[in-house]
Ligand binder design. Structure first.
Ligand code: ARG
Length: 456
């Protein structure tokens, strides 16, 4: 007799089972709650099916209530470490079905009527992504808030503005910090695009071709708090993978922005600059060089940005040659997006902490103001006296030795136009951050209410 392992869907060679199951028993732990919610919505809908006269109900409303109660128990058991996804289950979906069948008997065997694991996993992933994106957007707001607070504390403190890393023009710590905050806040538009793409319900598409049952797809979509169903059943099956790729694209762009913040912090806190100081406890030492306080934490932000970009590339590479309809390749997009989310979220949190802890060295910041930094201002003074710009420019360029170190504070205060050193609208940032937080809280409340209505 051949060596096989028994599963709900048949006997499988152990090595093949191992390979195809992959990391699902671990990754799917993230999905237990969402799988339970999806099943609760599906069973509720099944109990309200409008079937032809004489056809017995798939499940009665009382049975649906029983299933929902048991699903709530499963979620609690999982939280208490008493429910596990076994290799023979293959994934969370069959683990939950097994568990419900153990306690509810034949009723447990009915829950998968008119459903495939393909639409089931797709709905789980979308609920998980929504939950995670809301948390992540809150963390974006927190980091932007930390940068704005830091910027406001040192709003007009002179900092040499650089291009090509060379000293360029008078700038300020306020402009530096709020500039990074603005870059980060602008990324919310990408996250929102991913949120909107994600906020549609694939449930009821079954294996990607629908079923000959009068499924009420609008009902399940509404019960789970989605904006609407993904209309086309085949499209709904293909949307898995696309959804994860859209999310990873937004995460990759955000990480690239965060990485540049990290890079600036590394540079400005190195001893040769010493504009900024990282708290000692945020630095890590060397096993041989006793004097070292290294910004490893920020170097790893840079590395994580590369990793998330790689995850996005992996997700798109998986998709580009995949035929329409479900293919098992899609299972692997799960690990990619989950890793992308967790890496980006921890990065946002650690950066907020680092930014909160950064202090400034005013003397070092001012010492950076060498005469050349004032060259443009000197040329503009000639313009104010009636000299055409290009002539003033050449005059200054031809006599750089005449330039002197000027009052950096005065130079910083002199730029009053919109968004410049002395023209920053700090309330604009406050309003944007508050609006983001309020919007996240509102969506969170609506989403939680739906899930609570299903699972208690
Ligand atoms: N664990 C699987 C996944 O994530 C569930 C879907 C399996 N579907 C199938 N047709 N084999 O993709």
């Amino acid at each position: 007799m051949k060596n096989v392992e028994k599963t709900i869907t048949g006997n499988v060679d152990p090595d093949v089972l191992d390979y195809t199951v992959g990391d699902d028993p671990i990754l799917d732990r993230e999905l237990v709650k969402w799988d339970a919610a999806g099943t609760a919505a599906h069973v509720t809908m099944l109990s309200r099916l409008k079937l032809p006269k004489g056809v017995p109900p798939v499940v009665t409303p009382a049975e649906a209530t029983k299933v929902r109660r048991e699903l709530a128990v499963v979620v609690k058991e999982f939280a208490a470490g008493k429910f596990e996804i076994r290799e023979a289950d293959q994934d969370v979906h069959m683990a939950v079905e097994r568990r419900l069948t153990e306690t509810l008997g034949d009723l447990g065997k009915k829950i998968h009527t008119g459903r495939s694991r393909n639409d089931q996993v797709a709905v789980d992933v979308r609920l998980h992504i929504k939950d995670q994106l809301l948390a992540l957007e809150g963390e974006v707001a927190a980091l932007a808030d930390a940068l704005i607070a830091f910027g406001k504390r040192h709003a007009l403190l002179p900092l040499v503005g650089r291009t090509h890393l060379q000293p360029a023009m008078p700038s300020s710590v306020g402009v530096w910090a709020s500039g990074h905050a603005e870059m980060i806040l602008d990324q919310v538009a990408n996250l929102e695009a991913a949120y909107v793409i994600n906020d549609r319900c694939p449930l009821g598409s079954a294996a990607g071709y629908g079923v000959p049952l009068p499924l009420d797809r609008k009902l399940t979509s509404a019960l789970l708090g989605f904006a609407c169903p993904l209309h086309n059943v085949f499209g709904a099956s293909m949307a898995r993978g696309e959804d994860e790729a859209a999310l990873l694209s937004a995460l990759a762009q955000l990480m690239a922005v965060l990485s540049r913040l990290a890079e600036d912090l590394i540079l400005f806190s190195m001893p040769e600059f010493a504009y900024f100081r990282l708290p000692r406890e945020y630095c890590t030492g060397s096993s041989i060089m006793p004097q070292k306080y290294n910004p490893d934490v920020l170097e790893l932000v840079r590395s994580k940005a590369a990793i998330v970009l790689g995850l996005q590339t992996a997700a798109l590479s998986q998709l580009h040659a995949m035929p329409g309809g479900y293919n098992r390749d899609l299972q692997d997009s799960k690990g990619l997006y989950m890793k992308g989310l967790s890496v980006t979220r921890t990065t946002l949190r650690i950066l907020a902490k680092v930014v909160d802890g950064v202090s400034v060295d005013e003397a070092k910041l001012r010492a950076g103001f060498i005469p050349g930094v004032f060259a443009t201002d000197a040329a503009l003074r000639q313009v104010a006296a009636g000299v055409p710009w290009r002539e003033a420019y050449h005059d200054v360029r031809d006599h750089l030795e005449r330039l002197e170190t000027e009052d950096a504070d005065k130079a910083v205060r002199a730029k009053r136009h919109l968004g410049a050193t002395n023209g920053l609208d700090w309330n604009l940032y406050r309003r944007r951050i508050a609006a983001l937080r309020a919007d996240v809280a509102k969506r969170r409340r609506a989403f939680s209410a739906k899930i609570t209505a299903l699972l208690g």
